[in-house]
Design a protein around this ligand. Structure first.
Ligand SMILES: Nc1ncnc2c1ncn2[C@@H]1O[C@H](COP(=O)(O)OP(=O)(O)OP(=O)(O)O)[C@@H](O)[C@H]1O
Ligand SMILES: [Mg+2]
Length: 868
C-alpha cells in the first residue's frame, strides 16, 4: 500500500484528529495570505459549527488573557491541607493514636476536617455567586456560528471564529481582517499611542515586523474607534500579543490599601503566634513534660491563635455585599473594588446621562445668524447617516428628527470621529459634485471656516464682524442651555477619493444644529448628599463651558472653578495639582486629559472613582480606584470598569458607596475581634506557662483548644451579616492599621486580666485539679471571647446598637454549647468534668465585669482617639 497517496486522501481526517495544529504563529496572523489562514484554521466565511467550537474550546481553553485559571475544586480543597499547622497537628495526633490514644486522634481529625470543610464550602459558594454576577455583564461579541450571527461572551471565542466588529467594540483576540470599512482602532494598550490607527483588510502586509505595525490585523486589548470589520480569530487567550504582556505585567489589579492592611494584620498575628508557640514549647519541655503532649499543645495553640478564618470572612463579606448591590442594580466585577468604593472621597463623572436625562432631541438647525437653515439640516443628516462610528446620542437625535431621502447621495469616504478633533467628516457625491461634509465642536468649525453659507445657500466670506456675530449666536445657544454642533462643508474635485483630516480646512460654515438635553432634576440633590457623605463630585466633560455651566445652574450646584482642556494642555503637573481642589468642572477635555486629571487627583492622595460610559472614558475608567460604567455603555468602557450600574443614575452610586462602607466596617469587626481576643489569649497563655512550674497540668488540653477554636469560629460566621450603625458609614472608611494595633494593645491585656482572675479563682477558691481547671478555663474563655463581640461591633454603648439576629444566635449558641458540654456525658470525651454550681455564679460575675470593663475602655479609647 502506498502510504503517500492514502495520507493525501485522508488529509482532512488526519487534520481533524489533531485539532491543535491549527493556530497560526504570531507573524502569520498578518503575513499569511487569507486563504491559507482560513485553510490552516479549517474555517470558512460562514464560521464554525457548535461542535467544532466545543472541541476547540477543549483544545485552546477559554479566550481569557488575564485571569488565572481556577484550579479544580478538589485541588482547591486539598490545598487547604498544605497549611503546616494542620499537617503537624494531624501527624502529632496520629502519633498519639499509635501510642494508644485513638479517641483523641478521632476527635482532632474530625475537628480539623469540620473546620476545613466549613471554610471551603463558604468560600466556594461565595466565589461562584460572584462569578455568576460577573458573567451577567460579560462583554459579548457578534460571531458567526452554524451559519448565523449570534452573540456570545468573548471568553467563548476560539481560533477560526468569524466575528463582526463595530465602533466601541473591544477586539476580542488577535485576528486577521477579512473585510473592513473605515476601520480605526485604538492600540494604546499595546503601543501607548493614544491616536487611532487605521486598519484595512488586505493580503500579506508589507514588511510589518510587529503587531502594532500590521495594518491588516487587529489585536486583543485594542478597541474599535470607528468603522466596521469582519475578522478571523487566529490566536486566543494567553497566546495573544496582549496575553504575553498580561502575564509579564501580571494583569492582577494592584492591591488595594485594604487588602494590604488585611495581609499586614495577618502577618502581625502570625509572627506573634510563632514567638508565643515557641516560648510555650520550650517552657513545657524545660519542665520535663511529655514531648508529644507538649508538641500537641503548642500546635493546637498555634491553630487557635491564627486568624485562619480571615480570608474566608473577607471573601464572604464582599460576596454578600456584591449580591446585595446586585439587587440594587449594581454589578460588581472586581470584588476588592468594594473596599475602594468604601474609601472613595472623590467621584469624577461625565455629564451626559449623569447630570442630564440623556434623552437628546434636535430642536432646530440654524445658520450663523440664527435663521432656520435647510442646508445645515441636510448636511447634518447626511453626515450622521454616513458616519460609521458608534452613533453618538447627537447623531441619533439628528436622524430621529425628520426623515430624509438620501438616494441622491453616495458616500465616497470618511475621516472618522475622534475625541481629540471632536469632529467627523464624510466625503459624498451628489449631483456630480463631491463635497466634504464636516460636523463637530462648533467653535472649532468656526475657526476652520473661511466662508459661510446663509440660509438660502449663498456663499459669502466670513469676515471678522461676521465671525464675532456667529460666536455670539453660539454663546446664546449655550447660555440658554442648549447643546450645539457646528456644520460646515467644502466642495472638492470629483477625482478626490479620500477624506483626510488635512482636508478639514478653509470650510464653508453652514450653521448650528441645536439640541436639548434636559438636566436631571434629581442630580443636584444627589451631589449634595454625596458631599454630606464626604465625597466631592467633579464633572469631566467633552462638552463646552457654556452648556456645562447651564446644567450646573439648572441642577442648582455651584460651579466652584472651571478648567478647560486648552488651559489644561499648557499647565504643568504642579500647577494642575494646585488648581484641583478649587475646580469642580472640567470642560472640553479629551480622553487623555480626563486620564491626566484623574491621575493628578490620585497623586494628591485621594481615592478616586470615575463614572463614564463612552469610548473616551475608558482610559480614565481603567486608571481609577473605582471605575464605574453603565449597562448600555461602549464595550471598552464596560470592560475597563469595576462596577456596572444597571441604572444610569448617581443616586445608585451613592447607595453602593454606603453598602461598600458597611462592608468594610464588618470586616473590621472581625479583625478587631481577632486583635483583642487572639492577642489576649497569647498573653494569657504566656502567663499560664510562666506559672506552669507550680501547675501540675496543661492549662487546656490540645483537643479542648481546638474545640474552643472551632466553636469560636462558628460564632463569628455571622459577622458578615451584621448590621452597621448609620454613623459608621457617613464618611469614607479607610483602613487604619494603627487603630488596630492600638486596639490590640489595649483590649488584649484587658481580656487577659480576666483570664488570670479565673486562674486564681479556680486554683484558690475551687481548689481545682487538672480536669476542673481546664474545664473552668474553657468555659470562661469561650464565654468572654464570644460575648465581647457585642461590645466591639459598635462604638456606641452596646445596648444602643442592635446586632443582626443571626449574630445573636451564633454567639448565644456558642456560649450555651460551651456551658452544657461539660455537663453532659460526652463532654468526658474531651476531658471535661462538671464544675461545682458556685463556679457558674463566678462565671456570670466575671463575664459581666469583663464586658463592663471592655465597654468603659471602649468609650475612653474612642474618645481619646477622637480628641487627637
Ligand atoms: N457624533 C458627533 N459628531 C460630531 N461631533 C461630535 C459627535 N459627538 C460628539 N461630538 C463633539 O465632541 C464633543 C465631545 O463629545 P461628548 O460630548 O460626547 O464628550 P463627553 O466627554 O462624553 O461628554 P459628556 O460628559 O457629556 O458625556 C461634543 O461636545 C461635540 O462637540
Ligand atoms: Mg460621554
Amino acid at each position: 500500500m502506498n502510504d503517500h497517496s492514502s495520507g493525501a486522501l485522508l488529509g482532512g481526517l488526519v487534520a481533524d484528529a489533531h485539532p491543535d495544529t491549527g493556530e497560526p504563529e504570531p507573524e502569520q496572523v498578518w503575513q499569511e495570505p487569507v486563504d491559507r489562514l482560513l485553510a490552516g484554521l479549517r474555517t470558512k466565511a460562514a464560521g464554525l459549527t457548535t461542535a467544532e467550537v466545543q472541541s476547540r474550546l477543549a483544545t485552546y481553553g477559554p479566550n481569557d488573557a488575564a485571569t488565572v485559571k481556577r484550579r479544580p475544586l478538589w485541588l482547591q480543597f486539598l490545598a487547604r491541607f498544605s497549611n503546616p499547622l494542620i499537617i503537624i497537628l494531624l501527624i502529632a495526633s496520629a502519633v498519639s493514636a499509635a501510642t494508644g490514644d485513638v479517641a483523641s486522634f478521632v476527635i482532632i481529625f474530625c475537628i480539623v476536617m469540620l473546620s476545613i470543610i466549613f471554610d471551603f464550602v463558604q468560600e466556594v459558594r461565595a466565589q461562584n455567586a460572584v462569578e455568576a454576577l460577573r458573567q451577567s455583564v460579560a462583554v459579548q461579541a457578534t460571531v458567526r456560528r452554524d451559519g448565523a450571527s449570534v452573540s456570545v461572551p468573548i471568553h467563548q471565542l476560539v481560533p477560526g471564529d468569524i466575528v463582526e466588529l463595530i465602533a466601541g467594540d473591544l477586539v476580542p483576540a488577535d485576528s486577521r481582517l477579512l473585510e473592513s470599512r473605515d476601520l480605526y482602532v485604538n492600540q494604546a494598550l499595546l503601543t501607548g499611542e493614544p491616536y487611532p490607527a487605521e486598519k484595512r483588510a488586505s493580503e500579506a502586509a508589507s514588511g510589518a515586523e510587529d503587531p502594532a505595525g500590521a495594518s491588516n490585523a487587529v489585536f486583543a486589548g485594542t478597541s474599535v474607534i470607528s468603522g466596521t470589520a469582519t475578522i478571523l480569530i487566529c490566536r486566543t487567550g494567553g497566546r495573544t500579543a496582549l496575553g504575553h504582556l498580561a502575564t509579564s505585567l501580571a494583569e492582577k489589579p494592584p492591591a488595594t490599601a485594604f487588602t494590604v492592611g488585611i495581609r499586614r494584620f495577618g502577618l502581625l498575628i502570625m509572627r506573634l503566634t510563632v514567638l508565643m508557640v515557641l516560648f510555650v514549647l520550650v517552657m513545657n519541655i524545660a519542665f520535663a513534660r511529655p514531648m508529644l503532649q507538649s508538641l500537641m499543645f503548642a500546635v493546637a495553640l498555634a491553630v487557635g491563635l491564627t486568624p485562619e478564618l480571615l480570608p474566608m470572612i473577607v471573601t464572604v463579606t464582599l460576596a454578600r455585599s456584591a449580591m446585595q448591590m446586585a439587587r440594587r442594580k449594581v454589578i460588581v466585577k472586581r470584588l476588592s473594588a468594594i473596599h475602594d468604593l468604601g474609601a472613595m472621597n472623590v467621584l469624577c463623572t461625565d455629564k451626559t446621562g449623569t447630570l442630564t436625562e440623556a434623552s437628546i432631541k434636535l430642536v432646530r438647525t440654524i445658520d450663523g445668524h440664527g435663521a432656520e437653515s435647510r442646508h445645515a439640516y441636510t448636511y447634518a443628516y447626511v453626515n450622521s447617516q454616513f458616519e460609521s462610528g458608534m452613533k453618538s446620542p447627537l447623531d441619533k437625535a439628528i436622524l430621529a428628527a425628520e426623515p430624509f431621502d438620501m438616494t441622491a447621495f453616495r458616500k465616497i469616504d470618511e475621516a472618522p470621529f475622534d475625541f481629540e478633533r471632536r469632529r467627523v467628516s464624510v466625503l459624498v457625491e451628489h449631483d456630480a459634485t463631491r463635497r466634504l461634509i464636516v460636523k463637530g465642536a462648533p467653535e472649532d468649525l468656526l475657526r476652520l471656516s473661511g466662508h459661510y453659507q446663509d440660509a438660502d445657500g449663498v456663499e459669502k466670506p466670513l469676515d471678522t464682524a461676521r465671525r464675532a456675530a456667529f460666536q455670539t449666536t453660539l454663546d446664546g445657544i449655550g447660555a440658554h442651555g442648549f447643546r450645539a454642533l457646528g456644520i460646515a462643508s467644502r466642495v472638492v474635485d470629483v477625482s478626490h477619493q479620500t477624506a483626510a483630516i488635512a482636508d478639514e480646512a478653509d470650510l464653508v460654515f453652514a450653521g448650528f444644529a441645536i439640541f436639548l438635553d434636559p438636566p436631571k432634576t434629581s442630580a443636584g440633590a444627589t451631589i449634595k448628599a454625596m458631599a454630606e457623605a464626604g465625597i466631592t463630585v467633579k464633572v469631566l466633560t467633552g462638552d463646552n463651558e457654556h452648556v456645562s455651566r447651564h446644567v450646573f445652574t439648572e441642577i442648582q450646584v455651584p460651579v466652584l472653578g472651571v478648567l478647560t482642556g486648552d488651559v489644561l494642555e499648557h499647565m504643568t503637573e504642579e500647577a494642575l495639582i494646585g488648581q484641583l481642589p478649587h475646580v469642580n468642572l472640567f470642560c472640553r477635555v479629551n480622553p487623555q486629559q480626563k486620564l491626566r486629571i484623574l491621575l493628578a487627583l490620585k497623586r494628591l492622595g485621594n481615592v478616586v472613582g470615575f463614572l463614564g460610559d463612552g469610548i473616551n472614558d475608558a482610559p480614565a475608567l481603567h486608571a481609577a480606584d473605582v471605575g464605574i460604567s453603565v449597562d448600555g455603555a461602549a464595550d471598552v468602557a464596560r470592560a475597563a470598569a469595576d462596577l456596572i450600574l444597571l441604572e444610569h443614575d448617581l443616586s445608585v452610586v451613592r447607595e453602593a458607596v454606603v453598602a461598600g462602607r458597611a462592608t468594610v466596617q464588618n470586616v473590621s469587626k472581625y479583625v478587631l475581634m481577632g486583635a483583642s481576643s487572639n492577642f489576649g489569649n497569647m498573653f494569657s497563655m504566656a502567663g499560664a506557662t510562666l506559672i506552669l512550674p507550680f501547675l501540675p497540668m496543661l492549662p487546656m488540653l490540645p483537643i479542648q483548644i481546638l474545640l474552643n477554636n472551632l466553636i469560636y469560629n462558628v460564632s463569628e460566621i455571622a459577622i458578615p451579616f451584621d448590621s452597621v450603625d448609620p454613623e459608621a458609614t457617613v464618611a469614607p472608611v479607610k483602613w487604619d492599621i494603627r487603630l488596630i494595633e492600638r486596639f490590640m494593645l489595649v483590649f488584649g491585656p484587658v481580656s487577659s486580666v480576666f483570664d488570670f482572675i479565673t486562674f486564681y479563682a479556680l486554683l484558690v477558691f475551687f481548689g481545682a485539679g487538672e480536669a476542673l481547671f481546664q474545664t473552668g478555663w474553657f468555659i470562661e474563655s469561650m464565654t468572654t471571647q464570644t460575648l465581647v463581640v457585642f461590645c466591639i461591633r459598635t462604638r456606641r454603648q452596646f445596648f444602643r446598637s442592635m446586632p443582626c439576629r443571626f449574630l445573636i444566635a451564633t454567639n448565644l449558641g456558642a456560649v450555651a454549647f460551651a456551658i452544657v458540654l461539660p455537663l453532659v456525658s460526652w463532654g468526658r470525651w474531651f476531658g471535661f468534668v462538671t464544675p461545682p454550681p458556685l463556679f457558674f455564679v463566678f462565671l456570670v460575675g466575671a463575664t459581666l465585669a469583663y464586658l463592663g470593663l471592655v465597654e468603659v475602655t471602649k468609650v475612653i479609647f474612642y474618645r481619646f482617639r477622637a480628641s487627637r
